[in-house]
Write a protein that binds this ligand. Structure first.
Ligand code: FCB
Length: 477
């Protein structure tokens, strides 16, 4: 009998068995340098393509920039303390390339490296596993001026930068992600142009995608040689792509979009080849003449883990004459060669990004990668949702975001039960931040940020997540 005078344990009201995750499951949260650091021209940092882009009129909502962002550069120790309070087991952050190697070539900037060394030491001191992403979209501007990712040389520059970071932090960081979401870098950056550097040319997007993967492969080889004990991976943003009906045209539309969104990266990285049908779909856009002998061998260098970012599903249909294209990542120009495919909305609940909420799609995605591509350990390196939040009496009760996390963690658990070797989950995001072209108008954080005072307030979802981590599981429904 429990002592009636003692306070009830958290979760005492949840009857029934828990959904327990495997021992050692890596519970984390993620951020990216340009989205949180600020201090854009301090400590020797020079501009990246996102500085240039966000300072160009009309590129971001209300002209927002990452100049200050969450001021994490100055508040880092407090932010790590916040992570420790939430009980995070791991923190996924990205290194700003122009902070540690201004201009993108040549010697390291010691002051920049020192910031990340302090961050990593702070994390380790709190028992939090650092998970380092080398490239979360902030290409040094001079490399863009020299041609950017469509230019082959950028891949080599990236490998040199990776080596420089490994030399500085390889003794204390175990988990390394080369690229975050190369689809966005290539097809939003050089296809639709809604992301930096804001160029719009299908052929450039295809070349950029290839050279990003080449840079990934070269970086993996460099890191493997200098840190054989490191766990190396890449993070892809994957979507289940579903035809709106079983009509032949809709099924073909889904095949095409799946090729561009998923197989463009999955096949080279994990199988060492581009799908022949993808090359055929891109016939009018690129002759793939930029692919040299030996590239695909480099690109498919063995990995230790695969990171998956999951947000939503694409439902697509065959073209209709005269149909209006939708905006943003559904804009035709980020699907070169398949510009006329229609993206269909099903009327299911959406987030503040207008992305459909589809937790079963996470199970499908994880199962597909495991079944069709690899036995490697998988990690969900991002998953989360934007909703409009209200601060009431100093609290943020973000029930929608909490429900989104809850549904997707149940999906993650279902995938594990079905045999997927899923080893960890990183919520996007630790805190509200600069959401790229949307500026500060979209809030993804578990922690609310007041951008005037920089006050952080853990939302209900953060407190709930802390409890999930503590229990290593969820209450059964
Ligand atoms: C992903 C990005 C991340 C954030 C989320 C909402 O595509 O990796 O930086 O913008 O979407």
């Amino acid at each position: 009998m429990s002592n009636p005078a003692s306070p009830p344990a958290v979760g005492v009201l949840d009857q029934g068995p828990e959904l327990t995750f495997p021992p050692g499951f890596l519970w984390g949260a993620a951020t990216a340098a340009y989205q949180i650091e600020g201090a854009a021209s301090e400590g020797g940092r020079t501009p990246s393509i996102w500085d240039t882009f966000s300072h160009t009129e009309g590129r971001t909502v209300a002209g927002h920039t990452g100049d200050v962002a969450c001021d994490h550069y100055h508040r880092m120790p407090d932010d790590v303390r916040l992570m420790a309070d939430l009980g995070l087991k791991s923190y996924r952050f990205s290194v700003s390339w122009p902070r540690v190697q201004p201009g993108g070539s040549g010697a390291a900037n010691q002051e920049g490296l020192d910031f990340y060394r302090r961050l990593v030491d702070e994390l380790l001191g709190h028992g939090i596993e650092p998970w380092l992403t080398l490239y979360h979209w902030d290409l040094p501007q001079p490399l863009e001026d020299a041609g950017g990712w469509p230019a082959r040389d950028t891949a080599g520059r990236f490998a040199d930068y990776a080596q420089l970071v490994a030399d500085a932090l390889g003794d204390r960081v175990k988990y390394w992600t080369t690229l975050n979401e190369p689809w966005c870098s290539a097809f939003l950056g050089y296809g639709s142009g809604v992301h930096a550097p804001g160029r719009s040319d299908g052929g450039d997007a295809v070349r950029a995608g290839h050279h990003l993967m080449l840079g990934h492969g070269l970086a993996v080889q460099a890191l493997r040689a200098s840190r054989p004990d490191a766990q190396l991976g890449i993070t892809l943003n994957l979507y289940p792509v579903t035809p709106a009906s079983d009509a032949v045209g809709d099924v073909d539309a889904a095949r095409r979009i799946d090729g561009l969104a998923n197989r463009f990266f999955l096949d080279p990285v994990l199988r060492g080849s581009y799908p022949a049908e993808l090359r055929a779909d891109l016939r009018g856009v690129s002759d793939f003449g930029h692919v040299r002998d030996g590239d695909l061998k480099i690109i498919s260098s063995p990995l230790d883990v695969v990171g998956i970012n999951y947000y939503s599903r694409h439902v697509v249909a065959a073209p209709i004459e005269g149909a209006e294209p939708e905006a943003y990542w559904r804009s035709p120009s980020c699907w070169p060669g398949s510009e006329d495919v229609r993206f269909v909305t099903r009327g299911v609940p959406v987030t503040d990004m207008n992305w459909e909420i589809d937790a079963p799609g996470l199970v499908e995605t994880l199962e597909r990668v495991h079944r069709d591509y690899t036995d490697l350990p998988l990690y969900i390196t991002e998953n989360g949702s934007a909703f409009v939040d209200a601060v009431v009496d100093g609290q943020v009760d973000d029930v929608d975001r909490l429900a989104y996390f809850d549904a997707h963690l149940r999906a993650a658990h279902a995938a594990i039960t079905a045999g997927v070797p899923l080893k960890g989950y990183f919520a996007w995001s630790l805190m509200d931040n600069f959401e790229w072209a949307w500026g500060y108008t979209k809030r993804f954080g578990m922690v609310h940020v007041d951008y005037d005072s920089q006050l952080r307030i853990p939302k209900s979802s953060a407190r709930w997540y802390a409890d999930v981590i503590r229990r290593n599981g969820l209450a059964a429904q």
